[in-house]
Design a protein. Sequence first.
Length: 308
Amino acid sequence: MAEPRGKRPREIESDTEEPTPFHGMPRVQWFPGHIAKATKILQEQVKLVDMVLELVDARLPYSSRFPRTRELIGDRPRALILNKRDLSDPILTDAWIARYREEGVPVVAVDSRSGQGFSALNQVIAAQGKKVQERMAARGRLPRAVRLMIVGMPNVGKSSLINRLVRTSKARTGDRPGVTRGTHWIRISKDLELLDTPGIIPPKLDDPRVALRIAMVGSVSTESYDALEVARWSFPLLDLTASSVLAPWGHPATLETFARKRGMLLPGDRPDLGRASRTWLADLRTGALGPFTLDLPGQAELEIPSPT
C-alpha cells in the first residue's frame, strides 16, 4: 500500500488558536483550566530529567500528540513511541514511522502488553542516553545515571510501558539532593533512572476532528461526549481511513446496519442505537473489529463527511 499523498500535518503553533467550526460534528467537553494545570505540572517535572519519551497511540500517530510537547521538552534528547501497535494498521504504522524519521524524530512502535518492539525501544533509549552522557562530559560534569520520564495523554499506556521497562526491578532511589522532595525514581539499570510518575499531556480537543478520533479510541472520559454521536460519526471517518473495519456491516455501513446485523432491535423492528453505539465503540477499542489507524500520513486533517 503506497503512502497516501497530501500535505504534511500542520504544526499547531499555540494552544490559543481559534478552533475551526465543523457544524454537526460531536463535541468533546474539555476544560482549559485542567489543561493549564496539567501543562504547569509537566513543565516542573521535565526540569528534573535529561531525556523524554513521548508516548502516543499508534492508531493516532498525529492526533494523540500534544502540540506544545517540543516546547515543553526543550532541547532534551527525546524519542517518540507509538504504543498499541497491535491495534493499528501495520502498513500505516510503518508509513508514520518513515514520516517521523524523515523529520529527524527517533521513533519506534511497540506493544507494551506483549513486549513487541521493546528491543528496538531499548536501542533508541541507549542512543539518546549516550547523547545525554556526551553533553555532561562536554560540560565537565561527573558521569551519573541518565534521568528519563515518559509523557503522553491519558490512556495511551504510560503505566504499561513503565511496568514493561522496569520489569521486576522496581527499587526506588528515593529523595535525593538537588531533586524535588517527594519525587521518586526507579533504577532501570546502572546508567538509567526513570521518574515513576507519568507526565500527563492533556489532549487538544477544540478541533472536532481530533476530538472524534480521541473519543473513538477511549482516551477521554465517557462522560465528556455523546457515545451515540461519536459512534455515528466514526463510520464516515473509518470509511476514509480503515474501510476494511466496515466491510462486514453492509454498504454503506452505518450504526443502523451494525445494530441490525448484531440483532440489537427494539419493539417494532427498530434498531437499538444506544446499545449498538456502546457495543460498537467497545469492540472498536479492543481490536475485535480489526486493526485500524485513524490518521493518514500527509492527510491527518481529512474533512469528514456527515454520517448517512
